[in-house]
Design a protein around this ligand. Structure first.
Ligand code: NAD
Length: 487
């Protein structure tokens, strides 16, 4: 096991070269449950030595791993997926304890991560090259797809299980070895993830876990020239820094970044459907989703009806510990995040937006020891305001009013982000024009901005990401051209 129980706490070590390893600096950091302050455990707070060691093990293991057949590699991933499926209840419970999302959402995330691993196994049978036409008929020209080598997976705290699962499954079946760095706020989900691979008998060094800070572990991964690919999900500012550092040794980077996702509601929309989608997309997971809706762009003739239904629904939201099956919205992940969200509520007020509901810290009774906030809706918001342009990453929704489809589209595209988007309309013409012209990587028609199929490309435009391939295998492999002459 990757942890040991001390009389006071549970201690979680790194997993390097097929065994649990204490960080060389002996440092551990305490993680708490954001709903109630419960101590979850002490997690390795690693330094560059540990990161270097993990890269060395991954580097040494890579040749033999790549030498196995793709089918044999996929069998390990399939076995790990099966083990994770048997442990869903434990993993989901721990995910709620460390991140705060509700147990229903945590189960959904765990199942989604497993589905991504299973999809990676099916992709293993589709890792193909091509035979190309060649002017010289005596030379057969074809391409081979080869692994990158060592891949670093750096992930955020809001989807600590399914985000790395979607990358690591494909990276492994493609023949890469991996060093996994979870966010410091949510390392326990990664411990479960790596434990399942260890229990599946994955060869030592193929998947390594190093826990610790971004500026130490993350930086050491990105700057090491033995790392051939970095798949990063997180904030735009950190992603840009990573791309710059990785470029210094021509390391391939894949960046999945922030969002400021718009939902357009036209005057011919199904208002009931749109109101439900708006509230769920803005407030589930406490708004801490890269694909959460944070801007409602509503036609002036639909506004009164939409707002009335949204406010009614928001009033019934139950905030509390995510482990309670009746809870709709859990706590924010930590105190810093809570303070940052509260500061945006103040910014919105000062900018002249009208707070219709929420935006207050909740701390009575059972909520006294957690980081809870009531879901907030601002009206009279303009695109130029900070609450409409910056990623708040919390349960704060801005309402922007427009008079036409053209104005709605222009407002949607004002953002520097371009991750997900949606439109509610009965007009095929408007739906089609929106799908073709909105600057976003994902478009939903009469559906909420979050939620993506495991087999569809997912990623953003503009400041929301780069190098999101149609097929993930394109990122985690490289092509070689072979000219074969028959003598
Ligand atoms: P973050 O950028 O602060 O951290 C992400 C990861 O990067 C963490 O593991 C962190 O430790 C590491 N890191 C931090 N500094 C680093 C550095 N200098 N070098 C290397 N690694 C470093 O993001 P977060 O607060 O954990 O997550 C929230 C952000 O993630 C939001 O902006 C959200 O939109 C984004 N996100 C995007 C997607 C997507 O698919 N586009 C999905 C989930 C979250």
């Amino acid at each position: 096991m990757i942890h040991q129980t001390d009389k006071n706490s549970i201690i979680f070590h790194n997993f390097i070269g097929g065994r649990q390893v204490e960080p060389t600096n002996g440092a551990y950091s305490r993680n708490i449950n954001p709903a109630n302050g419960e101590v979850i455990g002490e997690f390795a707070d690693s330094g560059t030595d540990d990161t270097n060691s993990a890269i060395s093990h991954a580097h040494e293991a890579q040749k033999a791993w790549a030498g196995m057949s793709t089918v044999a590699r996929a069998a390990f991933v399939a076995k790990a997926a099966q083990i994770l499926r048997e442990r869903i209840d434990t993993i989901a419970r721990d995910l709620t304890r460390e991140e705060g999302k509700t147990i229903g959402e945590a189960r959904g995330e765990t199942l989604n991560g497993i589905a991504k691993l299973e999809f990676a196994c099916s992709e293993a049978l589709r890792i193909t090259g091509e035979t190309l036409p060649n002017a010289d008929m005596g030379i057969q020209l074809y391409t081979l797809r080869e692994p990158l080598g060592v891949v670093a997976s750096i992930s955020p705290w809001n989807f600590p299980f399914s985000t790395p699962a979607g990358k690591i499954g494909i990276a492994l079946v493609a023949g890469n070895t991996v060093v996994m760095k979870p966010a410091s706020l949510t390392p326990l989900s990664s411990v479960h993830f790596v434990q399942a691979f260890a229990d599946a008998g994955l060869p030592a060094g193929v998947l390594n876990l190093v826990m610790g800070g971004g500026r130490t572990v993350g930086d050491a991964l990105v700057t090491d020239n033995r790392v051939n690919g970095v798949t990063f999900t997180g904030s735009t500012a950190v992603g840009i820094g990573i791309a710059q550092k990785a470029a210094a040794h021509l390391c391939k980077t894949q960046l999945e970044l922030g969002g400021k996702n718009p939902m357009v509601v036209m005057d011919d929309a199904d208002i009931e459907l749109a109101a439900k989608a708006a509230v769920d997309a803005a407030f589930l997971s406490c708004g801490q989703k890269c694909t959460a809706t944070s801007r409602i762009i509503v036609h002036k003739d639909a506004k009164k009806a939409l707002l009335s239904k949204m406010l009614e629904r928001t009033a019934s939201i139950r905030v509390g510990d995510g482990l309670d099956e009746q809870t709709y919205m859990g706590p924010v992940v930590d105190e810093n995040q809570l303070n940052s969200i509260l500061s945006y509520i103040e910014i919105g007020r000062k900018e002249g937006a009208r707070l219709l509901v929420g935006g207050e810290r909740l701390g009575d009774g059972d909520l006294a020891n957690g980081f809870f906030i009531s879901p907030a809706i601002f009206d009279d918001v303009e695109s130029s305001m900070r609450i409409a342009s910056e990623e708040i990453f919390g349960p704060v929704l801005s309402i922007l009013t427009v008079g036409s489809f053209e104005e709605a589209l222009e407002t949607a595209n004002t953002s520097e982000y371009g991750l997900s988007s949606s439109i509610f309309t009965r007009s095929l013409r408007h739906a089609n024009a929106f799908a073709r012209n909105v600057q976003a990587g994902v478009v939903k028609i009469n559906g909420p901005t979050p939620g993506n199929a495991v087999n569809a490309p997912f990623g953003g435009r503009k400041q929301s990401g780069v190098n999101i391939s149609l097929k993930q295998i394109d990122f985690f492999s490289e092509l070689k051209s072979v000219y074969q002459k028959f003598n």
